[in-house]
Design a binder for this molecule. Structure first.
Ligand SMILES: *[C@@H]1O[C@H](CO)[C@@H](O)[C@H](O)[C@H]1NC(C)=O
Ligand SMILES: *[C@@H]1O[C@H](CO)[C@@H](O)[C@H](O)[C@H]1NC(C)=O
Ligand SMILES: *[C@@H]1O[C@H](CO)[C@@H](O)[C@H](O)[C@H]1NC(C)=O
Ligand SMILES: *[C@@H]1O[C@H](CO)[C@@H](O)[C@H](O)[C@H]1NC(C)=O
Ligand SMILES: *[C@@H]1O[C@H](CO)[C@@H](O)[C@H](O)[C@H]1NC(C)=O
Ligand SMILES: *[C@@H]1O[C@H](CO)[C@@H](O)[C@H](O)[C@H]1NC(C)=O
Ligand SMILES: *[C@@H]1O[C@H](CO)[C@@H](O)[C@H](O)[C@H]1NC(C)=O
Length: 265
């Protein structure tokens, strides 16, 4: 019985990961509420958050530690905060006023700026976490649609969707609230541009450009009016008739229909 017990104990020891205390030292991060443009779920490898949001970086409880620090790197490598029990927390200048270091659990809160995109780790005298990736994305403002709001039937027209703040990963278009699909008639160029080939009256309506990135979605709409060619010809004929009758040549016009018509066209 005893050998079996020993064997089990040995097996357990072998199965336990080597240096399990160091391996267990990982960063967990999450975006704090209120921040409606980012996912609020905690993440343990990589977190995507938005400019202006606050993230909380935490580590599991440490057994014993004297000096600790949070570090950041992209191209450069810097210490965000360093702390030792007998000294005040030392926060590096770019993080002043927008970070909060908890001296009890060593967690770190940061109000994000665009430049905070990068890798983070926590270090004590004896151990360090792996580098944790924090992606900081700018939320998208309302895009702007540039185009001619009034076009003649039969002509081609295009609407261009411009993103003013942030970077969009995805663009799509809706017409009167419904997703627009590409065809010979409706073409999407360079993601940002909608081309309508040989516009007809049916193409009149509200066109919305929807933009999205990892932390936000926004849209704008644009009213396009396609004028029927008849709408242009009819007033011209009416104008001809009125001008003609005023000039006292109405009768002449009726008897010699052709020259008048030619003059109006
Ligand atoms: C704070 O940290 C910086 C760099 O990490 C160092 O140059 C500076 O001397 C430290 N200040 C204090 C008061 O410890
Ligand atoms: C942080 O706030 C203090 C006091 O309001 C100010 O003196 C200091 O310049 C600020 N630091 C930064 C980096 O903005
Ligand atoms: C620091 O963390 C401890 C333990 O999680 C918590 O009780 C305390 O309220 C925190 N302090 C601050 C200033 O957030
Ligand atoms: C769209 O952008 C505007 C600012 O241009 C902002 O006020 C609004 O909250 C954004 N909408 C969404 C859903 O993010
Ligand atoms: C818009 O289209 C109409 C009809 O095709 C044209 O007369 C007008 O000059 C255009 N306006 C602009 C700003 O391009
Ligand atoms: C635009 O479309 C091309 C392919 O047509 C794609 O490779 C590119 O990533 C797109 N860019 C954006 C910002 O959507
Ligand atoms: C315009 O739309 C109507 C119904 O929505 C359809 O019957 C007609 O064929 C369309 N005309 C053109 C020129 O697309």
């Amino acid at each position: 019985m005893l050998p079996v017990f020993l064997l089990l104990l040995l097996l357990l020891l072998l199965l336990a990961p080597p240096g399990s205390s160091a391996a267990g030292l990982g960063i967990t991060a999450r975006t704090l509420s209120p921040c409606y443009s980012a996912d609020l779920r905690p993440a343990s490898e990589r977190l995507v958050s938005a400019v202006g949001c606050t993230v909380l970086l935490t580590i599991p409880p440490l057994k014993a530690s004297k000096a600790v620090a949070w570090e950041y790197k992209t191209g450069l490598w810097e210490v965000i905060v360093s702390y030792a029990p007998d000294r005040p927390t030392n926060t590096s200048r770019p993080y002043e006023n927008r970070t909060r270091f908890n001296e009890t659990d060593f967690s770190l809160q940061i109000v994000l700026q665009r430049e905070d995109d990068g890798w983070y780790r926590f270090r004590s005298e004896s151990e360090a976490t792996d580098w944790f990736q924090l992606r900081v994305v700018e939320p998208l403002s309302e895009p702007e649609i540039v185009g001619n709001s009034s076009v003649k039937a039969g002509g081609n027209t295009k609407l261009v969707c411009n993103v003013l703040e942030g970077k969009a990963d995805l663009y799509w278009w809706k017409k009167n609230g419904e997703l627009l699909l590409g065809s010979d008639h409706i073409q999407f160029v360079d993601n940002t541009t909608l081309c309508i080939v040989k516009a007809s009256m049916n193409d009149s309506g509200y066109y919305a450009c929807v933009v999205r990135n990892e932390v936000s979605q926004n849209e704008t709409s644009f009213l396009l009016h396609v004028q029927n060619a008849a709408n242009v010809v009819l007033p011209m004929i009416l104008a001809c008739v009125i001008v003609g009758s005023l000039a006292g040549v109405f009768v002449w016009c009726r008897t010699r229909d052709r020259p008048c018509h030619n003059g109006c066209r």
